[in-house]
Design a protein around this ligand. Sequence first.
Ligand SMILES: Nc1ncnc2c1ncn2[C@@H]1O[C@H](COP(=O)(O)OP(=O)(O)OP(=O)(O)O)[C@@H](O)[C@H]1O
Ligand SMILES: [Mg+2]
Length: 422
Amino acid sequence: MSNNDIIVSLDIGTSKVRAIIGEVTNGTLNIIGVGSADSEGIRKGAIVDIDQTVQSIRSAVEHAEQMVGIQISEVYVGISGNHIGLQSSHGVVAVQNEDREIGEEDILRVLKAAEVIALPPEREVIDVVAKQYIVDGLEGIQDPRGMIGVRLEVEATIVTGAKTPIHNLLRCVEKSGLKVKDLVLMSLGAGGLALSKDEKSRGAVLVDIGAGATTIAVYEEGSLIATSTIPIGGEFVTNDIAYGLRTLTDQAEKVKLKYGCAWIDDAASEVVFKVLRIGSNVEKEFNQEDLAAIIEPRVQEIFQLIRQEVKRLGYSDLPGGYILTGGTVSMPGVLKAAQAELSASVRIAVPDYIGVRDPGFTSGVGILHYVVRSFRGRGSSAGASANKKPPGRSKPSAAPSQETAQKQGFVERLKNIFSDFI
Ligand SMILES: Nc1ncnc2c1ncn2[C@@H]1O[C@H](COP(=O)(O)OP(=O)(O)OP(=O)(O)O)[C@@H](O)[C@H]1O
Ligand SMILES: [Mg+2]
């Protein structure tokens, strides 16, 4: 295992594309660079314009490259959306080693066996997540490597998605000149980062409230068991402000970021600001209470919809409560509004790394966290050489030693599956 591995994540969201550079030192992740760009070409979390999305990706990646002084060639890409599905699966193999010691190979084979499920032609497998391994009937094993056995089984969750959005996502990243090392379900990444072991095992709901989409992820018995995306988020709040104050969307967004408050009782009438009225040069003064009177009902509605959706998924009163993340939860008063609407324990999760202490970064950091955990679990290097170069140099293949990473990437897995048929 090399000491300084560099891994890069890409979170392509409705309002921002974020590239985050992590350095993995002896299995510990540090965030060393971040690049953000305003998103163009994404609506409600879905890519609607390839060229605009490519521009946004390039811009975010360039910012991150400049910050750290490296060339990025390979990225782990976050995926989410209402096309994502979870399915339980079971795989069984005979341990191949003569001495019956379970090795890396056996684990890969059993996971691959679990991956063989009947899927409609328009869907494909994104990831296979082991819930537990069973060695010769003994259940509850998290890491069977080194154990002696004849029969290795896995109980796994298969993450699937619709081919069209997956291929559009891959296409955008590849057109940006980057190799997709793997796709990572953002709910898995964010869940691993933001939820405690206790919350995951007792049952909790992770909610990512972004700009155009809100993603719900239900965890129980240590695993992600349900996920759903609803097309609502901070953009709705901004639109309400634009409508309520009769101003343009970009003015409304600025005012929201600076003075926004989701709990009327916490807003101050002495905090005043001016906005340009639409279709005129006249500025009108408002105070923070006026603004909160617009925001609070919308935020309340968002939490009502979240609660309904969790209920629709078949869960209520999970002991771990709700853990909120995503850019929208940065707004003062959101926690109080959530506590009032959800009537459960609620907390806000923020990545605990210098430079990314903002709930908008949870998914991007979560992707890196997930990659590091997967490799640690597999006892192999997190891949990716530092390959540090002075900034501004032309872009050759950035990190040859990234190839040494042993976890099979999504694209490689696709190739393998394909080769099975030849
Ligand atoms: N301090 C703040 N106060 C209020 N709203 C905020 C604040 N910071 C960010 N936001 C809002 O959060 C939203 C962006 O969140 P985030 O970056 O998580 O979304 P995204 O990942 O780009 O989009 P999505 O996940 O919906 O595709 C925007 O609507 C933005 O206005
Ligand atoms: Mg997002």
